[in-house]
Write a protein of this length. Structure first.
Length: 432
């Protein structure tokens, strides 16, 4: 235990008090010294016992004033053992110093399966990538065990602009596919043979780019869809959906999570103080599900290059994913979804489900095409949610960090119309 002058004073006072009760006269001083020595020995013995157990009395009484000089024992934490013996770095073949350096980006590790689910013959799964001229797609097959015990290669293909290139991805050497034309490519992974081992390995996909600046460029192909307005036979408004496909010349800019709203951002919409254009409506054409889908929509007109920030906080009072509430008997579960997409049907600039692990956040995204967009909140739950305000489920604010043309943000009229003759809804129509 820590020996301080205060400790000695306490021990001496205790010994004097006990001696005064047991002796008087000339015997008081010898009794005090004897009792003080006894108290010191007992203190040392207690201290040694606590040390043998791996803790100190001062650690338990740290809040009483003295800072602890020892910490409580902590249970050791170990990593899970690797599934197979890892290859050591010093065992790899190292190229010479004359080999030019590469700038690489890891794309994915794709595991084949034995059920063909895509129309290409012998392909079990595909991945769409927007690649640029000068890029090199690098693939390698990673077997779960020793290569000599399993297949040493795996069939794959790469499709672009109507052409299909078949090749085998090996374990002992990388497969390098130079990209000659910018556009959307479909990488196909061959299917596993029926009855093969469950762990058939994986295909490691990497992208080699000409310089470090290209490492941050997006790889997800951009979807596109157009909306054309016309008049139906009865003179009503009719919206036509056109051109739903991947854009061959553009990649979708990903959203990113930020810590705070950018300084100088303008508030565009707040669920707690602004009115939705439509609130509590059912999903159009959803038959029996219409009673359990509750939609809130707000429209805005954006320009290519606009930067927006969506700040949200899901209210942890309803969704069973957050509080593990009993599920609704008629809908099986409750849920919430938030998205920003181009009217009528994409592409989506932002999409997020209610998440118990991250119920709040701020996402920043960039608009890559002019058009009218919809901020949509969809709640899936019992019919009585229809009469409740959206703020009971989420508190959200949409910010304009940078707007090319802020004066056209609401430059449209809301009119009742039909989408492809399937269902009717209140929709935005550009003025003029």
């Amino acid at each position: 235990m820590p020996w301080t002058p205060g400790t000695h004073v306490v021990h001496l006072a205790l010994a004097l008090l006990i001696a005064g009760c047991l002796a008087s006269g000339w015997a008081l001083l010898p009794a005090t010294i004897a009792i003080w020595i006894l108290v010191m020995l007992v203190s040392v013995l207690v201290d040694c016992l606590f040390r043998a157990r791996g803790t100190r009395p001062s650690a338990a009484g740290a809040g009483a004033g003295d800072s602890p000089t020892a910490t409580l024992p902590v249970e050791s934490v170990t990593l899970d053992p690797p599934r197979s013996a890892p290859l050591r770095a010093d065992a790899r073949a190292t190229p010479g110093d004359a080999t030019p350096r590469e700038w690489r980006r890891h794309v994915d590790d794709i595991v084949p399966f034995d059920n063909e689910r895509f129309p290409r013959s012998g392909i079990c799964t595909t991945t769409s990538l927007f690649l640029r001229a000068g890029d090199v797609l690098v693939l390698r097959f990673h077997a779960p065990g020793e290569p000599r015990d399993l297949a040493s290669s795996w069939p794959c293909d790469l499709c672009h602009a109507g052409t299909r290139q078949r090749f085998d991805v090996r374990t002992d050497v990388e497969t390098r596919l130079p990209i000659a034309h910018t556009g959307v490519y479909s990488l196909g992974i061959g299917q596993d043979a029926p009855g093969a081992p469950a762990a058939a390995g994986s295909i490691g996909v990497w992208l080699c780019v000409p310089g470090p600046d290209a490492l941050s460029l997006p790889l997800a192909p951009a979807d596109t869809a157009a909306c054309r307005y016309e008049t139906d036979a009865d003179g009503g408004l009719l919206a036509r959906i056109e051109g739903e496909t991947h854009r061959e010349d553009h990649a979708r800019l990903p959203a990113r999570e930020i810590r705070e709203v950018p300084h100088g951002a303008a508030l565009l919409f707040a669920s707690a103080q602004d009115c939705w254009d439509v609130a509590g409506i059912a999903r159009p054409g959803a038959d029996w599900l219409s009673d359990h889908h509750h939609l809130h929509r707000w429209y805005l007109q954006l320009s290519r290059g606009d930067v927006l920030a969506l700040e949200y906080a899901w209210q942890a009072v309803e969704f069973d994913q957050v509080l593990r509430l009993p599920r609704d008997n008629s809908t099986s579960h409750t849920n919430g979804e938030l998205s920003v997409y181009r009217f009528v049907r994409g592409p989506a600039l932002h999409h997020q489900w209610v998440d118990a692990l991250s119920p709040r956040g701020i996402d920043e995204f960039t608009c890559d095409a002019d058009g009218i967009y919809c901020l949509e909140l969809e709640c899936f739950g019992p019919p009585e949610w229809r009469t409740r305000p959206a703020s009971d489920f989420i508190d959200l604010r949409l910010w304009g960090a940078f707007l090319q043309r802020p004066h056209v943000l609401r430059g449209f009229d809301l009119r009742e119309g039909s989408v492809e003759g399937w269902y009717r809804q209140l929709m935005p129509v550009p003025r003029g």
